[in-house]
Design a protein around this ligand. Structure first.
Ligand SMILES: O=C[C@H](O)[C@H](O)[C@H](O)COP(=O)(O)O
Length: 287
């Protein structure tokens, strides 16, 4: 008998199975796989789906990892990984599945809690859609409600100057993420970069801005997009753990390749149900 999962793990697993049921099929060619603990259940659900519904004859399903750990999860499930930079020509992934640390009402996400975000953003932006798997703790009205800080991937040589500039723009307590065993030093990403965690006050959404709020950073009030773009401009920053702007459907409708935001987020709830939030419902919210 399978061991009983604790409520949070079981919420992630329920969300993963629903997300995969709604967005995966065996004839897909390229599928992105994110990082973290929730996506492990996503891969489990994909494998279970393929076992029941094998791919058509002579058809390969390839899975694009977002880092070392994600590649191991793919391999362990017996699925076939393909490196992002081996994707042929202009082919897109049909879908990518990934987790998040926090998701707001507009489906903006904070990611990078597990030190992966650069490759996750590359993969999301080359996928027709990003589908997010999460548990109830991640579902918040605004970002930085329960999750305390924004993960930022930086070049090691620039970490001190990035910390200084973050202080200037309103995050004096930003910190370099270190291993718990101090002597092992800063945590390194798959790119051998460092991670800075930058706390800011709760972020405004595009709805707030549309309704007249000032998210320009005055009085340290930022909206998600303005802050993400401001941090990205700091020399030495490779990527910011804010996934914002358009989702894949919206990007393609605008003639662009892909977006950063999920088209849908599946939150596993404490009572065993799954709450699905998708961007169409958000468009209605904005009216
Ligand atoms: O760095 C890690 C990634 O962005 C993860 O997707 C994110 O931290 C969520 O991870 P988990 O599913 O473990 O909560």
């Amino acid at each position: 008998m399978a061991p009983k999962l604790d409520p949070i793990e079981s919420a992630k697993r329920n969300a993963a199975y629903r997300a995969v049921e709604d967005h995966f099929n065996s004839s897909m060619r390229f599928v992105g796989i994110g990082s973290g603990s929730s996506i492990v259940y996503g891969v489990e659900a994909i494998k279970a789906h393929l076992d029941k519904n094998p791919a058509p004859p002579n058809h390969m399903n390839w899975f694009v990892p977002t880092g070392w750990n994600s590649r191991k999860v793919i391999e362990k499930a017996g699925l076939i990984p393909i490196a992002f930079d081996s994707l042929p020509g202009d082919s897109m992934m049909e879908v990518c599945f990934d987790g998040a640390d926090e998701v707001d009402e507009e489906l903006n996400c904070i990611k990078g809690g597990g030190a992966c975000l650069f490759q996750e953003k590359l993969v999301a932006a080359r996928s027709k859609k990003f589908v997010c798997i999460a548990d109830y703790r991640k579902n918040q009205k605004r970002l930085l409600t329960s999750w305390p800080s924004i993960p930022i991937e930086v070049a090691p040589i620039a970490h001190a100057s990035v910390l200084k500039e973050l202080a200037v723009i309103g995050s004096p307590d930003a910190k370099l993420r270190e291993h718990s065993l101090e002597k092992t030093g800063p945590i390194q990403t798959d790119q051998s970069f460092y991670i800075i965690d930058a706390p800011f006050p709760k972020l405004l959404s595009a709805f707030d801005v549309k309704n007249g709020a000032d998210g320009s950073g005055k009085d340290n009030q930022w909206d998600v997009t303005t802050l993400a773009e401001r941090i990205k401009k700091i020399n030495g920053v490779l990527e910011v753990g804010l996934f914002h702007g358009m989702n894949g459907d919206q990007a393609q409708a605008a003639g662009l390749q892909g977006g950063q935001k999920p088209v849908a987020v599946y939150f596993g709830l404490e009572n065993g149900e799954v709450l699905k939030r998708d961007y169409k419902e958000i468009e209605d919210l904005g009216k």
